[in-house]
Design a protein around this ligand. Structure first.
Ligand code: C5P
Length: 283
């Protein structure tokens, strides 16, 4: 079976506090975009799980979230793991805050639900994903959604009016656990207006959503990295973005555009600065 695993963006991201279990309570609006990895799953009959990708530095064994998802699937079915070869063609930048690994894991769960004719509703597939990572349940469902708790408590929202997205992942990568650890010790200067953004979604007001986008992790980035993310956001706004923000724990920053030409122009300007640059659309 061949299927796509879409990237996600955080339109807003707020950290509400640290929990006794070591995780943080979050409040964020998630949005799927067309930029996607392609997965091919093939049962191999020898009981082993193998992952192959076009990026040599990604794990090919059970450390890969795609393989972990398959293991959790068989556990939840109370059946022995049937072997499978998983090939992933990566397009979503890695360690970028765009949910690439989580989305690959979610795609494996969706595929197994179909290949095994299990017929689980998406919410039940999402619950299996919770054990793989906090963003996996959202990646199973996709679209526009409010995510709370660890990220696994999902409320579908009215879809963001379709728009163009220019995004740039700067040259460095961010460790998600390390940035969560930093956020506990920084004073947050600004919080996103998630309630206002939800109201704007309900009104179908793209500019209203874009204006309210913010991600508190920007304040937790080390100075040089923070400056680089700010530079990307400035270019996006100068090129006519309705709003710009960082996604997840970064460092990818993106802008929403109602004009394709302006989004293309932003991508050209961003390419001159370096990093991985993509033009995509919201789903
Ligand atoms: O759930 P996931 O494995 O993706 O999380 C990776 C790490 O990110 C966790 O071990 C934790 O350090 C941090 N995290 C957190 N609060 C969340 C989600 C993740 O502190 N809500």
């Amino acid at each position: 079976m061949e299927l796509k695993a879409c990237a996600k963006l955080n339109l807003t991201l707020d950290v509400l506090g640290k929990r006794p279990d070591g995780y943080h309570d979050l409040c964020m609006i998630m949005q799927s975009v067309e930029l996607a990895d392609t997965l091919t799953l093939e049962p191999n009959g020898d009981g082993a799980l193998r992952v192959r990708t076009n990026l040599h530095f990604l794990p090919g064994n059970e450390k890969n979230l795609a393989a972990q998802a398959a293991l959790r699937w068989w556990e939840s079915r109370h059946q022995p793991c049937r072997g499978m070869d998983i090939a992933i063609e990566k397009h979503i930048p890695v360690c970028a805050g765009m949910g690439g690994g989580s989305s690959d894991a979610a795609a494996v769960l969706r595929a197994l639900n179909e290949m095994e004719s299990a017929g689980l509703p998406p919410q039940a597939v999402a619950r299996i994903g919770e054990q793989v990572g906090s963003d996996v349940p959202y990646c199973v469902l996709g679209g526009t959604a409010l995510a709370e708790g660890r990220g696994e408590l999902l409320t579908p929202l009215p879809p963001l009016p379709r728009c163009w997205v220019a995004l740039c992942k700067p040259e460095f990568s961010i460790s998600t656990p390390a940035l969560f650890a930093r956020i506990d010790s920084v004073r947050l200067r600004c919080r996103p207006d998630t309630r206002g953004a939800v109201a704007a979604l309900e009104a179908g007001d793209l500019a209203g959503v874009a204006r309210r986008m913010y991600n508190v992790f920007e304040d937790a980035l080390p100075d040089r990295q923070q400056a680089r993310v700010k530079d990307v956001k400035n270019v996006l706004i100068q090129c006519g973005a309705l709003g710009a923000s960082m996604s997840g724990t970064g460092p990818t920053a993106f802008g929403l555009f109602d004009s394709e030409a302006a989004a293309r122009e932003a991508c050209e300007r961003l390419s001159d600065l370096g990093g991985e640059v993509f033009l995509t659309r919201t789903i």
